[in-house]
Design a protein around this ligand. Structure first.
Ligand code: PBG
Length: 350
């Protein structure tokens, strides 16, 4: 190409023409956030009037059922369509009995929320780690010498997951979300739900969940840290993406209704690849606790503009292919999208 041609192209094609005013930028924006993109996670504890702040997650509390209903109505009023519930039981044991107790913390929370806010979607996390005394996501091996001591047993865990999901559905959960990365969890839960007349309850599978250090603050919030070892024998290695496609394909074959990638920000490429491999399924991304806390911490020190960074992060997750974003920033984000101030947020949070 000669110099004159290059100049001519440059004269005609000037991308900056579409950027010079806010109106124009808005008109050509490809990805926009809306409150209906978000799912707001909540941690529910026993008791009444409990709002106990989680030190490593500023703005997020463990809530008793009554306070969870208040917090969820705030989310509903903000236009957020769904909450994701994690339960913290009264007591823990090797298999996590309260997980499928009709009077367990999650079952109580589901019933209270559905009674108070019938239109709000209640999604419930299905895993063992918050309920077991050892903090692992499944039943542990003690007797099989062929497997390591403390190995998370796959098929023994599946039966419990099916039982938990049926219990959640009986309490009124709208969507069950298995998060343990146990092989066959979707199939087993589908079968359990169908057998009990819950063919209509969708499964939002944490299909691609990495063994990530970004879950640190969550483990304070849900009190479900493993007492020994780690989760690397079931959660994925951060270096892998072909394996993510395999996990997602299996979950689709097993009957998953939603696919999820978790964490989100360090795995935008994975969100994109899984979404492109399964465009027919709604794609969910979990913007996890550590991703939230990093922004909060830097924002509190004045090192980053929390509002701008949060909206940029959430936009990036959506641009990567997520239809729904599970995020602790949901209430903040809606307020910022509506142009509200931080002072207003502080008042709302009391
Ligand atoms: C439980 C579970 C975890 C998260 C969601 N469900 C923790 C873990 O796997 O250790 C993490 C969520 C977050 O960090 O926000 N299996």
């Amino acid at each position: 190409m000669d110099a004159a041609t290059i100049l001519e192209i440059r004269r005609r094609s000037r991308p900056r023409r579409l950027r010079h005013s806010a109106r124009l930028r808005e008109a050509v924006r490809e990805t926009t956030l809306s409150p209906s993109d978000f799912i707001y996670p909540m941690f529910v504890v026993h008791g009444e009037g409990v709002r106990s702040p989680i030190a490593s997650m500023p703005g997020i509390c463990q809530l008793s059922v009554d306070c969870a209903v208040e917090e969820a109505s705030r989310a509903k009023a903000a236009g957020i369509p769904a909450v994701l519930l994690f339960g913290i039981p009264a007591s823990k044991d090797p298999t996590g009995e309260e997980n499928f107790d009709d009077d367990g913390i999650i079952q109580r929370a589901i019933r209270a929320l559905k009674r108070a806010l019938p239109d709000l979607l209640v999604v419930t996390d299905v895993c063992l780690c918050e309920y077991t005394d050892h903090g692992h996501c499944g039943v542990l091996n003690h007797d099989n010498p062929a497997l390591p001591q403390g190995y998370v047993l796959n098929d023994e865990t599946l039966d419990i997951l099916a039982r938990v999901s049926v219990s959640h559905a009986q309490a009124g959960s709208d969507i069950v979300a298995p998060s343990g990365m146990i092989d066959g969890m979707v199939e087993c839960m589908r079968e359990g739900l169908d057998e009990h007349g819950f063919e209509h309850i969708p499964i939002m599978s944490y299909a691609v969940k990495y063994a990530s250090a970004f879950y640190g603050p969550f483990r304070d919030a849900a009190q479900g840290a493993p007492k020994f070892g780690d989760r690397r024998t079931h959660q994925m290695d951060p270096g892998n993406v072909r394996e993510a496609l395999k996990e997602a394909a299996l979950d689709v074959a097993e009957g998953a209704d939603f696919l999820m990638v978790k964490p989100a920000l360090a795995y935008l490429d994975v969100i994109r690849r899984v979404h492109e491999a399964h465009p027919e399924l709604p794609m969910v991304a979990y913007n996890v606790s550590g991703e939230y806390s990093m922004v909060k911490a830097a924002g509190a020190r004045g090192w980053l503009d929390e509002r701008a960074v949060t909206l940029e992060n959430l936009t990036a997750i959506k641009r990567a292919g997520a239809d729904l974003i599970i995020t602790y920033h949901a209430l903040d984000a809606v307020r910022w999208l509506r142009g509200g101030s931080d002072e207003e947020g502080a008042r709302e949070h009391g």
